[in-house]
Design a protein around this ligand. Structure first.
Ligand code: SAM
Length: 225
């Protein structure tokens, strides 16, 4: 991301960042959008840009999760921790936040940020691209923001997420509307119906949340209680 580039498109870098390894074609074979997110400090300028709040509406996204003190919440593709302060506060001292990312540098940054900000209930963990790294029946909520379109075998991934939920637990996936000027290129954007079908195949009940995000939808999938 060059500093001089104006950013009318959020995550414009998703379209233009160099791919330093040869995973590109391999990942495209099964539908995911590969993308490396190295150098967390650079990404933080974009992910944690205060102007993002106006359209990302993080308070609204977190309110939809209906977190309670003591809950366990996982953020998959946590990035530089844009949501983590809110999640950490909502589940409190007796709760736990798992901040998962595939990129070692994001995990390093998340850990340092947690220390600095005093998010004592948060643990950052590096995960494999095809596995959320969560124990079965262990989490109350899973949040996945602007990350689903990076996943490869989404059916298999959804099965693993479903297994990780406690009974009554929920997955909330936030991603870009097809016609949004923000986000990945249009052909990588995913209709919410497609996402819902994937989550239903994994045995979850899904619904489209009612919200006021201008560029995105929120799909909620619930495990029977
Ligand atoms: C566009 S960023 C979004 C970060 C954060 N959710 C936010 O809203 O600011 C996508 C993040 O997902 C991570 N990621 C991509 N594929 C992943 C996967 N299969 N599992 C976990 N994290 C992944 C990337 O490294 C990156 O940090």
């Amino acid at each position: 991301m060059k500093k001089s580039v104006a950013l009318p498109l959020f995550f414009a870098a998703c379209q233009s960042a160099p791919m330093p390894n040869a995973e590109h074609h391999h990942h495209h074979d099964h539908g995911g959008m590969p993308h490396r997110f190295e150098n967390a400090e650079e990404w933080a300028k974009q992910f944690d840009d205060p102007s993002r709040d106006a359209w990302q509406k993080p308070d609204e996204v977190v309110t939809l999760l209906r977190l309670q003190p003591g809950m366990v919440v996982a953020d998959i593709g946590a990035g530089t921790g844009y949501f983590e302060g809110r999640l950490s506060k909502a589940v409190g001292d007796t709760g736990r936040v798992w901040a998962m990312d595939v990129e070692a540098d994001m995990v390093r940054y998340l850990g340092e940020r947690a220390q600095k900000e005093g998010w004592k209930n948060l643990e950052a963990k590096q995960v494999a691209p095809d596995d959320p790294g969560l124990a079965p029946n262990s989490v109350d909520r899973i949040l996945i923001v602007d990350t689903w379109h990076h996943l490869g075998d989404r059916d298999a991934y959804a099965q693993k997420l479903a297994a990780a939920l406690k009974p009554g637990g929920e997955i909330h996936v936030v991603d870009f509307n097809k016609d949004s000027p923000r986000g990945p290129p249009a052909e990588m954007k995913l209709a919410p119906e497609e996402l819902q079908a994937t989550l239903q195949k994994a045995g979850l009940q899904s619904e489209l949340a009612s919200e006021t995000l201008p560029d995105q939808y929120v799909v909620i999938a619930k495990k029977a209680g």
